[in-house]
Design a protein around this ligand. Structure first.
Ligand SMILES: [Cu+2]
Length: 731
């Protein structure tokens, strides 16, 4: 570890735009490096890559330094027209959805079968779809999963290029673009299809000049990955092992943290202030990030008492939707959680770092601080892998394991996140040293150079306050809110469902079969998302009882309450539940239809542009009644998954949290209970919803932006397997 240098210039061709521009991005197989120690392969491509046509990367004879796409820098309000072109290669002549005629492309073991479905019951890849995550765009430019830029020669008559317009009409923030193809997002992002995109404005300029200029900014794209042998390729399937009972684990988990495309790299810095723009670009892994001194006892003549935790050098100044209204400095032993899809904007103040002397009295010219990931349970054999999604607190309301007595505590998940318990610091360092995926990167600090001035916290607060109330939310009484007097148009109720116990998918399931879902009248899917309504459609579907009451037609004040169990009906299931509405039509000729995806069902919600809505989002299991029967005969506890819930187009603020309580089977309101969650300061486009948790979100649909947009879980495999639905914003 810490042998590769952090690629920065290696985001080879930064693209900066201050006036309207038209850009072509070609998506193509390329040879890339995954490690400084090994060159890119001499011949066969080992990644799919976004390349700007005409840039210095646009040269097939040369390998590229990283798999990540070019970095974009765009001024707020400047329009950028991007044509996303699929140049991955043509499909051999084939009948629609006919797998047998297709050859895999030459980048295995990245599993890029053009024609074969990746997961059971899913569509094969028929192209690429580029989505700019977090962007305010018209629906027609959002990257609709059913509108791929397809492979030339595809039998569905999809075009091979998609022109999108990005208006960048939003406050400064870090966005990222990645593949969003129906059913195939996970493998295509793994193949390399991701890149980052910054919107810049006045407040952003002021932050950069406060810390010494744009050179002090370091983008950090964190992705867990697993090398195939030889360090030339990545192996997707090795990250999705199958349980002995043949129950597929539906998440990819790598054993190494890649930062900007390199495994656990190092980066040389000085005693200055740095701005870290952090993206969790992983498929399924949530990080608990902290800063530590990895070797506090190596120097006998240390000028300060030895300590391990250095997270107090970090000040959090923003997340998905841009800058916070006020800065939040972390504590010495704090960690901060970052789920797939989420971003953080951090200031790292190294100006106070002291030089150390060795036992001969000579100054040691460098000191190291390490960015670590304390959520490591999956690295330990035998652990239920989803433990990595949990936090250090015992999960109130979480069902006890089979055989647990009345006085046994609810399962604590403390073991899944390493802690800084007093007296256990040496043990912590030993654990970190032993677990590869606990190590993100190391900062090597040159202490021989003159130090810069410390962070001007008063000036920082002024900059953040000046940009606090804009773009749909106002900073009032210590919380982001809808502007004074703005109406809340209505409430909606969404549940995230898991088939955690492996009911399994059977497209031919019939009513009464275990694989038949009586709530949505279709086969159970592994993961799904439902919109609930109190209205019984009277078609025989089973009511779904939830101990929480939402008046869907209510407006301000919020209508959610935890006092009554109420029956709901599944008004709209996931795209996939009513199998097979989005299957590629494979007998189109016989039906006299055009080949392609079948017509989409109605949207789950139709909010009006320019309005506010409250969305209640619950993460619960598929067992009814809740909490009963969620421990299977192997002692596995059901519904352990956290789901990072993502809505396209919008920003939202978390305005309430409830937890399902085991003893009373009711939802109890909880304060902003997890440390460093910063509910009142965050504009989210993605938020963690822990198991048995219910969130109240204040969602702003920006004026002037209409069309269809997905909302989904950002665990890419969950999304591919059905935890995705869509809303249509109407004028
Ligand atoms: Cu999920």
């Amino acid at each position: 570890m810490f042998e590769d240098s952090l690629p920065l210039a290696a985001f080879d061709a930064p693209q900066t735009f201050t006036a309207h521009a038209e850009v072509r991005i070609r998506i193509e197989p390329r040879r890339v490096k995954f490690s400084d120690a090994r060159p890119a392969p001499a011949q066969d491509p080992n990644a799919w890559r976004y390349v700007r046509v005409g840039s210095k990367e646009d040269n097939h004879h040369h390998p590229l330094d990283v798999a990540l796409g070019p970095v974009f820098n765009i001024r707020r309000g400047v329009t950028l027209d991007v044509c996303w072109e699929n140049a991955i290669g043509s499909m051999p002549p084939m009948e629609p959805n006919h797998e047998a005629t297709l050859e895999p492309p030459p980048i295995n073991p990245i599993p890029m079968q053009y024609g074969a479905p990746v997961w059971k019951g899913m569509n094969p890849s028929v192209g690429v779809v580029t989505h700019l995550h977090g962007a305010r765009v018209q629906g027609s430019s959002d990257g609709w999963p059913l509108h791929p830029a397809s492979f030339p020669g595809n039998p569905y008559e999809f075009p091979s290029a998609r022109p999108y317009r990005y208006t960048n009409d939003q406050r400064s923030c870090m966005l990222w673009f990645h593949d969003h193809a129906m059913d195939n997002t996970a493998v295509q992002v793994h193949a390399g299809l991701a890149g980052i995109y910054f919107i810049r404005d006045k407040a952003d300029d002021e932050i950069l000049s406060l810390i010494g200029g744009a050179g002090q900014e370091i983008p950090l794209v964190l992705q867990d990955r697993k090398f195939a042998c030889g360090f030339e390729k990545l192996d997707y399937w090795a990250g999705v092992p199958t349980f002995p009972d043949d129950f597929d684990r539906p998440e990819y988990l790598g054993d190494t943290i890649f930062v900007n495309g390199r495994p656990s790299p190092f980066h040389e810095v000085e005693r200055k202030i740095y701005r870290l723009r952090v993206l969790n670009g992983s498929h399924a892994r949530t990080f608990a990030l902290a800063l530590i001194d990895p070797a506090p006892w190596n120097y006998l003549a240390a000028p300060e008492p030895s300590r391990v935790g250095y997270s107090d050098l970090i000040t959090v100044i923003g997340n998905d939707g841009g800058l916070f209204p006020e800065p939040q400095r972390l504590g010495q032993t704090d960690h901060i959680l970052l789920a797939p899809g989420e971003r953080l904007d951090l200031l790292l103040d190294l100006t106070s770092i002291e030089a150390r002397k060795d036992d001969m009295g000579a100054v040691v010219p460098t000191r190291s601080l390490r960015l670590v990931n304390l959520a490591v349970a999956s690295a330990q054999a035998g652990d239920w892998p989803e433990a990595i999604f949990r936090t250090t607190e015992p999960l109130a309301g979480f069902p006890k394991p089979a055989g647990a007595g009345p006085n046994d505590p609810a399962p604590s998940v403390a073991s899944s996140v390493l802690t800084f318990d007093a007296g256990a610091q040496r043990q912590l360092l030993a654990s970190i040293a032993a677990i590869r995926v606990a190590n993100a990167m190391e900062f090597c600090i040159d202490v021989t150079k003159t130090r810069a001035g410390a962070l001007d916290e008063a000036q920082l607060s002024n900059i953040l306050a000046s940009a606090a109330s804009e773009d749909g939310f106002e900073w009032r009484e210590g919380a982001l809110q809808a502007p004074q007097g703005a109406a809340i148009a209505r409430n909606r109720f969404v549940v995230l469902m898991n088939d955690a116990l492996g009911i399994g998918f059977n497209k031919d399931a019939q009513p009464g079969d275990p694989q038949w879902n009586p709530y949505a009248l279709g086969p159970w899917r592994d993961t799904q998302i439902w919109e609930l309504s109190p209205a019984d459609p009277k078609d025989g579907r089973t009511a779904f009882a939830i101990p929480f009451s939402v008046d869907l037609n209510g407006s301000n004040p919020p209508a959610g309450s935890a006092d009554a169990t109420k029956n709901y009906f599944v008004a709209r299931a996931s795209w996939f539940d009513n199998y097979p509405p989005e299957r590629l039509i494979d007998d189109a000729a016989a039906k006299g239809e055009k080949p392609g995806y079948a017509k989409l069902h109605a949207p789950a919600a139709t909010p009006k542009a320019g309005t506010y809505e409250r969305w209640y989002v619950a993460n619960i299991g598929n067992a009814q009644p809740l909490l009963a029967g969620v421990v299977d005969d192997k002692g596995n506890v059901g519904v352990p998954d956290m789901h990072p819930y993502h809505m396209h187009l919008v920003n939202f603020v978390v305005t309430g949290r409830w937890r399902l309580q085991a003893d009373t089977n009711s939802f109890a309101p909880t304060a902003n209970q997890r440390k460093n969650e910063f509910d009142k300061l965050c504009r989210h486009d993605t938020v963690r919803v822990q198991s048995n948790e219910l969130l109240e979100l204040l969602v702003f649909f920006p004026p002037g932006y209409t069309g269809c947009y997905p909302f989904h879980c950002h665990v890419l495999e969950h999304e591919d397997m059905g935890m995705m639905s869509h809303f249509e914003v109407v004028p």
